[in-house]
Write a protein that binds this ligand. Sequence first.
Ligand code: HEC
Ligand code: HEC
Ligand code: HEC
Ligand code: HEC
Ligand code: HEC
Ligand code: HEC
Ligand code: HEC
Length: 307
Amino acid sequence: MSVSAFAESEEPKGPSPAMQEKIRKANEECFSCHSAEGVKNPPKPGMDLKKLRTLIRDKEAFHGSDHQRLACTKCHNEGYDEHPHAPDAKDNTSSCPDCHQKKADHAQEQFDKSVHAKNLAEKFTCTTCHNPHVMRIAKKLVDPKKIVAQDNRICLGCHDSDERFAQFAPDGKSRPAIDDIHAWLPNARIHWKAVRCVECHTPEVAADEPISHEILDKKRAEKRCVTCHSRDSALMVRLYRHLAEEDQKKYGFVNGIVLSNNYVIGSTRNPLVDTLMVGLAVLTLGGVLIHAALRVLMHYLRRSNNK
Ligand code: HEC
Ligand code: HEC
Ligand code: HEC
Ligand code: HEC
Ligand code: HEC
Ligand code: HEC
Ligand code: HEC
């Protein structure tokens, strides 16, 4: 993979500032119906409001998205200028590769190797995971909490919902409960808020490349705590890569409760401290065992005394 595939010149350019004002006005037309406000106060009578309610787009989210400067009609090409819309209008909707060919080819190549390609290649498209009306690229979100919320919503949308999982799963396959699968991870729900599924379920990539679209199977997923809970945390080149260096330290693994509680042996990168911690752990376990043995002994002694 060469870096040039992501070079600026390969990417479609947004409209000029002069055009943007016009576009915003034109998009207001669409929002005059396709919004909560539009359903409440329809600009014309006799519309199928029940249907329209399922077709609402969030104006604020759109104005914070990667495509905020695009005309709706840039993707919904022909047949939407008038309502009722043309019956075949939907066939003319552009998809990601139409405008981002290089990025899409690259994502597709990686997707083809992912767990979802094995049985579900026909069912998955780019828009299964990406909503073009709300998505915001990680390097523009910057804030890890926002990046995690956006990206984990994608995975949890299926893996934490029986209904949606069943729509995609091969016949009869039931959804393994996401918390049970990760029972070895303490406070899994806290992890879902602080770190992304793709941190553990995608292969390592070069620092200047986006996170891979190759979702690894469970055998190849990351299980080692120190991958993240250490000073040279993998998160530096993943989730935290968009933060300034001094901000990286504020997050998670350095000042976090984890290091201070010595949950994770190896996290200090200090062999002496780690040896001491292993020693302490053994002593603690030993203490528990001796205590238990004593209790059993006392129990028998008491019973034989009572005879
Ligand atoms: C006057 C109200 C109104 C306006 C303005 C309007 N729409 Fe619609 N649109 C609807 C209604 C109602 C539906 C539901 C289907 C129907 O009744 O035609 C719909 C359906 C759709 C659909 C669903 C796909 C389909 O073809 O069934 C899309 C996409 C869409 N509109 C996009 C747009 C875009 C883009 C604009 C602006 C260029 C726009 N609409 C302007 C009322 C409107
Ligand atoms: C970057 C391209 C892009 C832009 C810009 C865009 N859309 Fe869409 N839109 C899509 C795609 C792709 C889909 C189909 C998503 C899917 O397959 O679920 C879609 C789906 C829709 C639907 C639902 C259609 C259905 O049948 O469920 C509506 C309504 C809609 N868009 C309205 C709008 C409005 C209004 C705007 C402008 C504010 C807009 N879109 C801007 C790409 C775009
Ligand atoms: C009609 C063409 C078109 C389609 C279709 C389209 N995009 Fe875009 N996309 C653009 C343009 C143009 C920009 C740059 C917008 C700007 O600079 O304001 C952009 C920006 C982006 C960005 C931000 C890039 C950056 O470096 O800031 C991402 C990510 C993105 N699109 C992903 C997608 C995905 C995923 C899809 C499919 C769901 C998609 N796009 C569909 C035209 C399109
Ligand atoms: C299984 C869900 C899934 C599918 C399918 C998927 N993506 Fe993604 N995509 C993601 C996730 C999660 C991220 C966030 C990773 C990151 O921050 O780089 C992402 C990130 C991206 C980005 C931003 C990368 C960057 O520059 O930082 C683009 C562009 C993109 N996807 C395009 C696509 C295209 C095009 C397709 C279809 C060929 C596609 N994706 C299919 C889940 C998916
Ligand atoms: C649209 C629904 C959907 C989305 C979105 C989705 N998945 Fe899946 N995923 C599935 C289904 C269904 C299966 C079962 C596939 C099979 O058995 O062939 C699966 C399988 C998996 C597996 C394979 C487990 C094994 O057997 O080794 C992993 C890992 C996985 N998904 C992780 C993710 C991650 C990470 C994301 C987010 C980037 C994600 N999934 C997004 C539906 C989804
Ligand atoms: C800390 C790393 C880590 C994170 C974060 C993580 N996983 Fe996993 N995941 C794993 C490992 C390791 C396994 C394999 C566990 C095993 O085999 O005991 C696994 C297994 C799975 C499986 C396999 C289920 C089966 O069929 O047995 C799925 C699906 C999955 N993860 C989805 C997700 C989703 C969705 C998220 C985000 C909400 C996520 N994972 C977050 C490491 C992680
Ligand atoms: C993919 C990176 C990653 C991996 C792998 C990982 N963690 Fe975490 N973990 C995090 C992040 C990020 C946080 C949030 C830290 C914070 O905000 O202070 C966290 C939080 C925690 C917490 C604190 C929860 C709380 O109550 O605040 C514990 C305990 C923890 N991890 C233990 C582990 C253990 C044990 C393992 C290995 C089995 C592990 N983690 C693997 C990234 C990871």
